[in-house]
Ligand binder design. Structure first.
Ligand code: NDP
Ligand code: GDR
Length: 354
C-alpha cells in the first residue's frame, strides 16, 4: 500500500470520481477540491466511494475554486501533495462558446494558478503535476491518427483555453524542473458522464424510450467522429504518467473512430431497436425499423459555431512507455451506459422498489 498524498481538482466530476477511487484503493490519502453548489455535486463520489468506510476515511474535501488563487495556494500548502491532478474545468465545448471568458479563466488561468501555488509552497521538487489536456487541441488537424507530434489547431474557446494550460505546464516543467505531465486524452465516457455530453444524452434518451417514457432524442452533428474509451481506464493511464521517472506528454486513445450516428445505433441496439435513417443534415431523422416511430431528430440549436469533425488517436507512446492499453470497446461503453441509465431511471420512476 502507498503512503502518498494526492490532491485532485475536479474531484466531483466523472474523471475525479474514478481517479479518487483508484488512488484510495492504492492506499493514497486523497484531498479533493470542491466548489460550493446550491444542490449537492457529490453524487458521483458517493456512487463510487460513499459506501466504503475504509476508503472514505482517507478522503478529505476542501472548498476552493480554480478562479480563486488564494484558495488553491492554501490547499496546496496545507496538504503538501506528492501528486496533484488538475482535472477541474468548464469542460463542455459548446458551452465554451457561450462563456468563453469564464472558460479561459478556469481552464487556462486556473492551471497557471495551481502551478503557481506549487511554487509558492516551495514544492517544485516534491509534487508531481498532471494536467488534463485534451484531444480537442488537435481540432481541425489534418494528420490522422493524432499523436504527441501532431500540430494543434483548436476550434473552440475551450480548446484555446486548454492549449494555454498545456503550454504553461510544459513551461513549468522546463523552467522550474517540475515533474509536470500533460495527458492528451481522447473522449472517455462511462455511466458517470455529465448528462449534456453526447454519449450520456444518448444513453439517457435510449433508456427513457425503452422504459416507455414519451421521449425522442434531439441531437446536433451526427457526422462528427470521436475516439471513445472508458474513463476508468484513462484515469489509470493518468496515474501511470506520474509514476514515470521523468515527466512527459502522452496521448491516451483507443485508435477507433466512431460517428455520433453510429454511437446512437449502438445504444439503441442494446435495447433491441434497429434504426432506419432518412433525410439529410438538419432534416435527418432516425426511425424504429420495427414500428416506424421517429426516435431521433436533429436540431440546429445543438450544433456548434465550429465543430471538430474527426478525432482519432494514436496511443503508441503510452503503450510503449507506460504499458497502458485500453480494453473497453465503444460497444462495451454504449451498452454499459444504457444499462446503467435504465437502472437509474427505473429507480427514479419507482423509488418504492429500491
Ligand atoms: P466534468 O465536467 O465531469 O468535471 C469537471 C470538474 O471540474 C467538476 O468536478 C467540476 O465541479 C469542476 N469545476 C468546474 N469549474 C470549476 C471551478 N471553477 N473551480 C473548481 N472546480 C471546477 O469533466 P470530466 O471529468 O469529464 O473531465 C475531467 C477533465 O479532463 C476536464 O478538465 C476535461 O476538460 C478534461 N478532459 C475530459 C475528457 C473526457 O472525455 N471526459 C477528454 C479530455 C480532457 P462541479 O462538480 O462543481 O461542477
Ligand atoms: P466533445 O464531447 O465536444 O468531444 O468534448 P461532446 O459529447 O459534447 O460532443 C461530441 C460530438 O458530438 C456532437 N453532438 C453533440 N454533442 C452534445 N454535447 N450534444 C448533442 O446533442 C450533440 N449532437 C451531436 C458534437 O457536436 C461533437 O462533435 C468532450 C469533453 O469531455 C471535453 O471536455 C473533452 O476535452 C473532449 O471530449 C475530448
Amino acid at each position: 500500500m502507498s503512503d502518498k498524498v494526492a490532491l485532485i481538482t475536479g474531484i466531483t466530476g466523472q474523471d475525479g470520481a474514478f481517479l479518487a477511487r483508484l488512488l484510495l484503493e492504492k492506499g493514497y490519502v486523497v484531498h479533493g477540491l470542491r466548489r460550493h453548489a446550491s444542490m449537492s455535486n457529490l453524487g458521483r463520489i458517493e456512487r463510487l466511494i460513499g459506501d466504503d468506510a475504509e476508503l472514505s476515511q482517507r478522503l478529505t474535501l476542501h472548498y476552493g475554486d480554480m478562479s480563486d488563487a488564494a484558495s488553491l495556494t492554501r490547499v496546496v500548502a496545507a496538504t503538501r501533495p506528492d501528486e496533484i491532478y488538475n482535472l477541474a474545468a468548464q469542460s463542455h465545448v459548446r458551452v465554451s462558446f457561450a462563456t468563453p471568458e469564464l472558460t479561459a479563466n478556469i481552464d487556462g488561468l486556473g492551471a497557471l494558478r495551481l502551478l503557481e501555488a506549487i511554487r509558492v509552497a516551495g514544492l517544485e521538487q516534491h509534487s508531481r503535476y498532471y494536467q488534463a489536456s485534451t484531444s480537442e487541441l488537435f481540432g481541425q488537424a489534418r494528420d490522422v491518427p493524432q499523436n504527441e507530434n501532431t500540430p494543434f489547431y483548436p476550434r473552440s474557446p475551450y480548446a484555446a483555453a486548454k492549449l494555454y494550460a498545456h503550454a504553461i505546464t510544459i513551461n513549468y516543467r522546463e523552467a522550474y524542473g517540475l515533474h509536470a505531465s500533460n495527458g492528451i486524452l481522447f473522449n472517455h465516457d462511462s455511466p458517470l458522464r455529465g448528462e449534456s455530453f453526447v454519449t450520456r444524452k444518448v444513453s439517457l434518451g435510449v433508456a427513457a424510450i425503452h422504459l416507455g417514457l414519451p421521449q425522442s432524442l434531439v441531437l446536433g452533428n451526427l457526422d462528427a467522429q470521436r475516439d471513445w474509451g472508458h474513463a476508468r481506464e484513462y484515469m489509470e493511464g493518468a496515474w501511470r504518467m506520474l509514476q514515470q521517472p521523468a515527466p512527459g506528454d502522452y496521448v491516451l486513445a483507443t485508435g477507433v473512430a466512431t460517428s455520433v450516428r453510429n454511437f446512437v445505433e449502438l445504444a439503441f441496439a442494446e435495447v433491441g431497436i434497429a434504426l432506419d435513417w432518412r433525410g439529410q443534415g438538419e432534416d435527418e431523422k432516425g426511425f424504429d425499423r420495427a414500428t416506424g416511430r421517429c426516435l431521433v431528430a436533429v436540431d440546429p440549436a445543438c450544433f456548434r459555431p465550429t465543430d471538430v469533425e474527426l478525432l482519432l488517436g494514436d496511443a503508441s507512446k503510452a503503450r510503449r512507455e507506460l504499458g497502458w492499453a485500453p480494453k473497453a470497446s465503444v460497444q462495451d461503453i454504449a451498452a454499459e451506459m444504457v444499462r446503467a441509465d435504465i437502472e437509474l431511471l427505473s429507480r427514479r420512476l419507482d423509488p418504492g422498489r429500491w
